[in-house]
Design a binder for this molecule. Sequence first.
Ligand SMILES: [Zn+2]
Length: 352
Amino acid sequence: MAKKKADSLVIGGQVISPGERANIEIPVAPTYTHDTLAISVQVVRGKLPGPRLFVCAAIHGDEINGVEIIRRLLKNPLVEKLKGTLIAIPIVNIYGFIHHTRYLPDGRDLNRTFPGSPRGSLTGRIADTFMREIVANATHGIDLHTGARHRSNFPQIRADLDDPETLAITEAFGAPLAINAKIRDGSLRQCASELGVPVILYESCEALRFDEIYIRAGEQGIINVMRHLGMLRKRRGQSKPPVISQGSSWLRAPESGVLRVLVPLGAEISKGQVIGFIADPLGTREVDVVAQHAGIVIGRTNLPLVYEGDALFHVASISPKAEWEVSEFHEALEPSEEEIDPADLSSAPIAG
Ligand SMILES: [Zn+2]
């Protein structure tokens, strides 16, 4: 396979030669109405050989922040100058994307179905197609995700940080936080790594929403990785390495009611800190939501109506020695008044 990777590149039956930029449609099962569907791929192949990086989004069909990250990446003039190959797949789960849902029409989660099978269910077939057409042609990968519906994630990398190459890409990306995530069975990360293709996962924002700063962080992170891999010219000054977390847990609602949140995403919290409260609608009773351990708020619910036991805050543990500082990260990416399109303004909260 190594030799094949060095020479020819064929995706969706189309040959992409050095110096070529091609849009490719990989057909998948049509809709009931027999309308054809295809996964759109853009391949940018530099004149000079180098790594082959795939970047994909919307494996969960409602996680659209990454779709915008890839759209901007492909418009970035830097991409014209790359060594090696960028394989961009903005929408992997097109069925879910059309219907604003995480899943496929057969009810399965694509990111638990890899490597799939050519004779399996619809989801299994898409996983199989993705492995054969994309992963088998790549040397590295970045998979873009968001939180679920009504849940925002602070920008973070999830990856197998015990693997030195994966750790190096994670450090290059420049997200503030990385979680050493055990590989989930049936995930793209797991199956790609079994083929020797290290993959990192960038989590940010909420399903069905855009977040301007997190989109910028994602695009910049991919460019940072391309510089690290030698696909783009290196710049002086490296990305700030992320604070690494070895684990995380959800803090659940102590009772049902209306939630008020007292800390932003990205906040460092201490054990015993009151980070929210839950009230009944008449305001006669208020119950504190108390942090069970110290850490960083990397995810939270945006829906203030909660049942007892609902997951409220996702808290990542970090070493007490780690220095947590995110204001620089936000300031560097903050759009100016002229730059921002009001339509891009997000509803997602930003850590102060
Ligand atoms: Zn996801």
